[in-house]
Write a protein that binds this ligand. Structure first.
Ligand code: GTP
Length: 469
C-alpha cells in the first residue's frame, strides 16, 4: 500500500485484461451448459444419443447435471442482485449434494439417494455413478462457486486455497487422461474421465481463477505490474509445456521411435532446460528492472546526471576514499544564469535545452570519473579529485568550452553560470554535506556580485568563482 492508502500502481488490476476476462466468461460457461445439456438430453432420448459421436456416454447424467449447475452458479454470481446470488447459492448447494452422494457411494456404498439419477448405462460396472475424481472435482467446484465473491477475511483465503486445489485436481485428471493413468484415484478403467468432462472441468476451473482474480490472491495475474505481466506470459508455458514434452516422449516411446527410458530422459532434460531458461529470463528482467529503479531513484530524468541522492551517495564514498588515499576532494557548485529569462522569453523547451547544454559543457570540461549531478532546478555539482587550484583550472576550461559552444545555446553568449568551490580539509568541510554547503555559500556570494553587475576574476574573493559568458 502507498501512503495514500490506495494500492500501489503495480498492484492495481489491468482494466483491459479484467474486461476481456469478464467478456469471455459467459461464453465459456454457456459452452459448459451446452455440453451438459446435450449429454443430459442424450441420456433421456436414446435417438439423440445414437446421433452423437461414440464416447459421449462417458459423461454420466449426474456429471452433466453437476457441470450445468456449477456453470449456472458461476454465471449467476457474476453480477449483483440478491436474487441472482440466492440462485447461485442454490445451484452450488445442489451440486454439493450430487457430489457428496456420489462420494458416499464410492466410500461406503451408500449416498444421499441422488447418486444415480439416470442410470441409462446398465452395462457399466457402476451404472449412472460419476467417477470418484469427477465427484471430488464437483464438490470442490461447488464450494468455490459458493465462496467466489468473498473479498475479505478468512473466507477469501479459503476461496483462493480451494481454487488452487481445484486447479490442481484438473491438472491431475489431465495428467491421468493424457498418460492413460486411468487408475489415478484408484478408479477402474471404465469410469475414467471423458474428454468432454475434462474440457468442462478445465473451463470451470479457468472461470473460477478468472473470477477470483478480481478479489483475492489470484489478482496478481491481472495486475498492472511487471511481475504480473511476466506471470501472464510464463504461466501457460509453465503449466502446459511439461505436459506437452512428456506427451511427445510417451507417444514416441509407444510408437517404438525410442526406448522408454530414453524418452523419459529426453523429456526430463528438455523440461529442466525450459524451466532453467525461464528462470534466466526472469532473473534478467528483474535485474533490468532493479537497474531502472536504481536509475530512477539516483538519476535526474532530464539530464541523466545523478540527482541529489545519487550525488550524496557517491560523494560521501569519494570523500572516504580520498581521506584513505590522503588526497584532496573538491566540490564545485554551479548555478545557471538567466534560466528564468530563457523560460519566460523563449519557452520551457528552450530552458530545458539550456540545462542540457550546461550538462554538455560540464561533460566536455570534466573527467569521466568526476561525479556530475543536478541537485535541482538550475543547480549543478561536480565532485573532482584535486584542490582549489584544480577547481580554478576546471572553471576556466568550462568557461572556454561554453564560449566555444555558444551556437548550441539558446543564449547568444552561450551558457553562463556562477560557481563556488570548496575543498576537503578546509574548515567547515569535514563532511560531504559540509563541502557542498561551503561551495554553495561561495557560489551564492558570487551570484550576488554577478547580480550587481560585477564580474569577479576567477581567483578574486577567495575560493568562490563566478563567471558569466
Ligand atoms: N526549463 C526548465 N526550467 C526549470 C527547470 N527546473 C527549474 N526551472 C526554472 O528555472 C528557474 C530557476 O530560477 P532562478 O534560479 O531564479 O533562475 P535564473 O534566471 O537562473 O536566475 P539567476 O540564478 O539569478 O540568474 C525557475 O524559473 C524554475 O521554474 C527545468 O527542469 N526546466
Amino acid at each position: 500500500m502507498s501512503h495514500t492508502g490506495a494500492p500501489a500502481i503495480s498492484l492495481q488490476p489491468d482494466i483491459a485484461i479484467l474486461n476481456r476476462l469478464r467478456a469471455i466468461q459467459p461464453l465459456l460457461l454457456s459452452l459448459v451448459g451446452l455440453v451438459a445439456a446435450v449429454v443430459m438430453f442424450a441420456w433421456w432420448f436414446p435417438a439423440l444419443g445414437r446421433a452423437l459421436p461414440d464416447g459421449w456416454q462417458l459423461m454420466k447424467f449426474n456429471t452433466a447435471l453437476g457441470m450445468a449447475l456449477c456453470s449456472l452458479s458461476l454465471h449467476l454470481s457474476g453480477r449483483g442482485g440478491r436474487r441472482r446470488m440466492r440462485g447461485a447459492a442454490l445451484a452450488a448447494l445442489l451440486t454439493v449434494m450430487l457430489a457428496l452422494s456420489a462420494l458416499g457411494m464410492h466410500a461406503w456404498g451408500g449416498g444421499l439417494g441422488l447418486e444415480t439419477l439416470f442410470a441409462g448405462d446398465a452395462e457399466s460396472s457402476r451404472p449412472g455413478l460419476m467417477s470418484l475424481q469427477t465427484a471430488s472435482y464437483l464438490l470442490l467446484a461447488a464450494v468455490v462457486a459458493l465462496l467466489i465473491r468473498q473479498r475479505k477475511s478468512r473466507f477469501s483465503s479459503l476461496a483462493d486455497a480451494l481454487t488452487g486445489v481445484l486447479l490442481t485436481t484438473c491438472l491431475v485428471v489431465l495428467a491421468g487422461y493424457v498418460f492413460g493413468a486411468a487408475r489415478l484415484f484408484g478408479q477402474e478403467a471404465e469410469v475414467r474421465t471423458s474428454p468432454h468432462t475434462l474440457a468442462c472441468m478445465l473451463i470451470l476451473a479457468f472461470v473460477a481463477v478468472a473470477r477470483r482474480s478480481e478479489y483475492g490472491y489470484f489478482s496478481v495475474i491481472v495486475a498492472l505490474g511487471l511481475g504480473s505481466k511476466m506471470a501472464r506470459m510464463l504461466a501457460p508455458v509453465a503449466l502446459l509445456l511439461p505436459f506437452l514434452l512428456a506427451y511427445i516422449a510417451a507417444h514416441g516411446a509407444a510408437r517404438g521411435l525410442m526406448a522408454s527410458p530414453y524418452a523419459l530422459a529426453l523429456s526430463t532434460t528438455l523440461t529442466s532446460l525450459v524451466f532453467f531458461l525461464l528462470v534466466v529470463l526472469m532473473a534478467r528482467r528483474i535485474n533490468e528492472l532493479e537497474n531502472d529503479l536504481r536509475d530512477l531513484s539516483l538519476k535526474d530524468e532530464l539530464t541523466g546526471l545523478f540527482n541529489r541522492r545519487g550525488c550524496y551517495l557517491l560523494g560521501e564514498q569519494s570523500l572516504r576514499d580520498a581521506r584513505r588515499a590522503r588526497s584532496t576532494l573538491s566540490v564545485l557548485y554551479f548555478d545557471l544564469n538567466h534560466l528564468k529569462r530563457v523560460n519566460d522569453e523563449l519557452g520551457h523547451d528552450a530552458g530545458d535545452r539550456l540545462l542540457c547544454e550546461m550538462v554538455s559543457v560540464m561533460k566536455l570540461g570534466l573527467r569521466a570519473n568526476d561525479i556530475l549531478a543536478r541537485l535541482g532546478g538550475d543547480e549543478f555539482v561536480a565532485v573532482i579529485r584535486g584542490d582549489l587550484h584544480e577547481s580554478r583550472r576546471v572553471v576556466r576550461r568550462l568557461r572556454e568550452t561554453a564560449r566555444a559552444r555558444a551556437a548550441n545555446s539558446p543564449l547568444e553568449q552561450g551558457v553562463s553560470f556562477s560557481v563556488g568551490s570548496a575543498a576537503s580539509g578546509e574548515p567547515g568541510a569535514d563532511t560531504f554535506d559540509g563541502l557542498v554547503r561551503l561551495a554553495d555559500q561561495r557560489m551564492y556570494a558570487q551570484k550576488q556580485a554577478f547580480r550587481r553587475g560585477l564580474e569577479p576574476a576567477d581567483d578574486a574573493a577567495g575560493p568562490g568563482l563566478a563567471m558569466n559568458g
